[in-house]
Write a protein that binds this ligand. Structure first.
Ligand SMILES: Cc1cc2nc3c(=O)[nH]c(=O)nc-3n(C[C@H](O)[C@H](O)[C@H](O)COP(=O)(O)O)c2cc1C
Length: 358
């Protein structure tokens, strides 16, 4: 399948998730296979245009993640067009527009999901961006702002006419936030009405659900929280889609993922004085190393809150991760939890985690 001129090897996509889908996480998911596209965390158009280091960091990606879509947010058509040019200049394959974020900090500036309340303005943004860049411009939206304003079908058609190359719809309203369920009937209805590819998003926590959604008529599926809990979900969905049983994931595999994530993060965002590009492990002064470790620990805490859901003794692991004060401590407790000594058949007890902590 394709989005504009970009070929996707699979219809399964890592959904954009602020604070979570950083380049290290995306790389690890991609390495497992089954993933056709990764989307960055949302990035401020204002920050991109002004060249703010912090913003540029959120947009970082590596070659092995391709094809990569960089998601931007903002409400000013000219600035969004200029930001799309920055994204294109960075070599990204696709630029995606966030029309789904309900968080007031974003939505009150005529950005994120509040754009759904101004469909003509939203379409003007897409038209300006489409004129400004050659890479595909895509849109991610919700079902609407409230239950009384479920206008995704209208907005999707308008952005298609304005030049969008694909649309993704999370089938909840902004008012719902994450309560209730995503309305996949609405998503299927939009997919039916548009000629560009339509992706659906919401509530795919198991690989079987990903396949069911594809079978219901969308072009592709964005998986968000499911991939944070189980980074193998896209690979497993691809197995099922190919008629194979979903690959098993052992406890040791799950532990290895966290250790690999720490390893990649340790080598991330190591600043060169003049730019946003990082250089693996070189030249970082000791003080910066300390704060970098803290950043890695915080990233592990953020992932831990999702990754431990559904695991036996997961809440204990979560507590232990949150209490860890160094990367060594973090590694040790991950080893102890996921790699019990040979001969131990049951999952490691919380005492082992506690013992590591002590
Ligand atoms: C922690 C978190 C951060 C998110 N950040 C973004 C974001 O930056 N941009 C966006 O379009 N959607 C964002 N989303 C929404 C997801 O992309 C997705 O549409 C939503 O979670 C529903 O899919 P799921 O049930 O598979 O998680 C975020 C979701 C979560 C849980």
């Amino acid at each position: 399948m394709r989005i504009g001129n970009v070929a996707l090897s699979s219809p399964f996509v890592v959904a954009p998730m602020a604070g979570m889908t950083d380049t290290a996480f995306r790389r690890l998911v991609k390495r497992h296979g089954g993933c056709g596209l990764v989307v960055t965390e949302m990035v401020s158009s204002e920050g991109l245009v002004r060249g703010i280091d912090r913003t540029l960091e959120y947009a970082e990606y590596t070659e092995e993640e391709r094809p990569v879509s960089i998601q931007i947010f903002g409400g000013d058509p000219q600035k969004m067009a200029a930001a799309a040019q920055v994204v294109e200049g960075m070599g990204a394959d696709i630029v995606d527009v966030n029309m789904g974020c309900p968080v007031p900090k974003i939505a009150r500036h005529s950005a994120g999901c509040s754009l759904m309340r101004e469909p003509s303005h939203a379409a003007a943004i897409i038209a300006a961006m489409s004129r400004a860049v050659r890479i595909p411009v895509t849109v991610k939206m919700r079902a609407g702002w409230t239950d009384d304003e479920r206008n995704a079908p209208l907005l999707a058609k308008m952005v298609e006419d304005a030049g969008a190359a694909a649309v993704a719809v999370h089938g909840r309203t902004a008012a719902q936030s994450y309560s209730g369920f995503a309305d996949w009937d609405l998503v299927a209805q939009i997919a039916d009405a548009l000629s560009i590819p339509v992706f659906g998003s919401g509530d795919c926590l198991e690989p079987t659900q990903v396949i069911e959604r594809i079978d219901a008529g969308v072009e592709g599926v964005l998986v968000g929280r499911g991939v944070l809990r189980n980074p193998w979900i896209l690979a497993q969905a691809a197995d099922l889609g190919a008629g194979r049983p979903a690959r098993p994931v052992t406890l040791a595999d799950r532990g290895r993922f966290l250790l690999d994530y720490i390893h990649l993060l340790e080598n991330e965002r190591v600043y060169e004085p003049a730019g946003f590009r990082h250089v693996a492990g070189l030249g970082m002064p000791p003080a910066a190393r300390g704060s970098h470790d803290r950043w890695v620990i915080n990233k592990l805490r953020a992932l831990g809150s999702w990754y431990t859901k559904g695991l036996d003794n997961g809440s204990h692991l979560r507590t232990a991760i949150n209490a860890a004060e160094s990367l060594t401590e973090l590694r040790d407790l991950i080893e102890a939890f996921f790699n019990p000594p040979t001969g131990q058949t049951s999952r490691p007890s919380t005492d082992r985690v506690a013992a590591v902590q002590a």
